[in-house]
Design a protein around this ligand. Sequence first.
Ligand SMILES: [Zn+2]
Length: 674
Amino acid sequence: MKKTESLAFERILKLRKELEEHNRRYYIDNKPLISDFDYDIMMNELITLEKRYPQFSSEVSPSVVVGSDVHNQNTGSQFVQAAHRYPMLSISNTYDKAELSVFDERVRKILQVNNVNYACELKIDGTAICLTYIQGKLIRAVTRGDGSVGDDVTRNVLKINAIPRVLSGSGFPDEFEVRGEIFMPWKSFDELNLKREENEEELFANPRNAASGSLKLIDSEEIGKRGLKAIFYHVLYDQEMNYTSHCQLLESARAWGLPTSPYVTLCNSIEQVSAFLDFWDVERTSLPYPTDGVVIKVDNLLDQKILGNTSKSPRWATAYKFKPEQALSRVVSVDFQVGRTGAVTPVANLEPVLLSGTTVKRATLHNLDQIKSLDLHINDMVFVEKGGEIIPKITAVDLSRRDSIVFPVVFPQNCPDCGTPLVREESEAKYYCPNQFGCPTQIKAKFLHFCSRKAMDILAGEATINQMFEKGYISFLSDLYKITEEQLLSLQGWKERAADRFLQSVEKSKNAPFSKVLFALGIRFVGETTAKSLSRHFGSIDGIISASREELLQVEDIGEKMADSITAYFREPSNVSLISDLKRLGINFEEKSSGNSKSNKLAGLNIVISGVFSISRDEMKSVIEAHSGKSVSSVTSTTSYLLTGENPGPSKLQKAKQLGVQIISEAELMAIIG
Ligand SMILES: [Zn+2]
């Protein structure tokens, strides 16, 4: 192999590996690390290299294979997979208008015509879905998956109000498939992330990840609350119908009762297409939902058939992608904020600027590395983008506009609050104030969180906590339970009544359910939902303290970052001693199942559960255990029952039938435990 050739081969292998990794993060974890723009640049480089060196082409290259959102077995998929009747291809895309002309020329050449009608549709940044309607009734909803097999998410899609379960119009085919995008409007996205931030849960990077993450929720009740919308853009059927135009077919779909885009426009030349792109590149900022481009489709359905597909994408359609929405503003100053966990985050104060419908005054800079790599100075003009965070991020400095007077950003070496030298953990880009038991901001924030309504519900707001802290009454969380009436009466403005109410709320908090106590401890990334899953799964604090990382990962909703944070928390001796202190003071560290439902009706029975139930799987396990049954993971000859919900796993069903294990439904179980 020649030198250049072997270098190209090396690069191809590296790109494939990286793209596969990004595919996984994007489609399965819903946590992309790089922007779509950067992803597309890498993909384009790979395609170009593979074309130039066809000897290295591969059928399993990410350039050929459609990325898959299907959860694989080891991520514990809760969804049954379903094959697509018609393969669900992805559409080739470009950021370059010149490539659109190439597309147009190729289309006209194959069709042997001078002019083609194109249907132009805004490309909504959501997650693709394929619905099957039979006699006007929604019977199946499947994600794109790898294009031939997707996850059956019917149960969740039925909870989305924007999608009709029964069509209201008439004239639709007896059986048809319709494809579209399920998406989250900006407003719902901001509200969801705000709620998650309050609960200390990981934020969604963008509305698309929020939409696809919601679609894979195990708790279907939650999905209805997330404000998801849908727009459909492609109808497929087998029977004879009189449609010849894609636009006409979409109009009919609207009349049948399906939501379609009001902005579909028929263009009769590529120049008109170009004007449509220019218009929407600006106008899209006023839309209430995220868009990332325009899909251009040959309108004539017969022509679409003639053009056909490649293995990956249709030849009759292409997408033009917009660059991400940005705003330009000046950095006035940089603040350094200490959070509850001690992390120091630089935040830039900006001259106010409008972005995606809101006025932006602050932008996060994440960490020191980012300030360095941006070469950011105070007084610089910067580009701001809306990412997953509540406050937007700075993506670049506009060096062409740099003033002669700029000031370097000086990252503090000591905590801006307590003066302790900051530390940086090897694996993390952030600096921390390690003084977690002495740094006033951290301590006060911890107390505030502990006392909050969703946690221990103790009547102490910011002003009270500040006073108690300054008087030296509280430094460890357990101190809240040691405060005396005398101390309380020494606080400014406190009378007996207030003191009594406070002490009552402290006393009452000892009965708080274990999941609330766990949430109140303020372990990084452990929000309300996670705390509930953990307490259900392990039943007690001792169970969680002794759990290995692998055991933690078995729990519903627990990812690697959370598992690491939990084990790190309990490795810290002072945290363990805090917990034994709290235990001694009478705080509840055990999950108590509701007393009246307890029985021995399932004593001695080994029960395997499979499928989706009216309650979560962990809740179902708790029910079995509350009635003295044992929940086991695989079907063997000693299994008493296979308890099946909707969409049970086929292998478990088969095994149960082979071994003669009795199969029961949720209703039958409820009848047994009465
Ligand atoms: Zn500090």
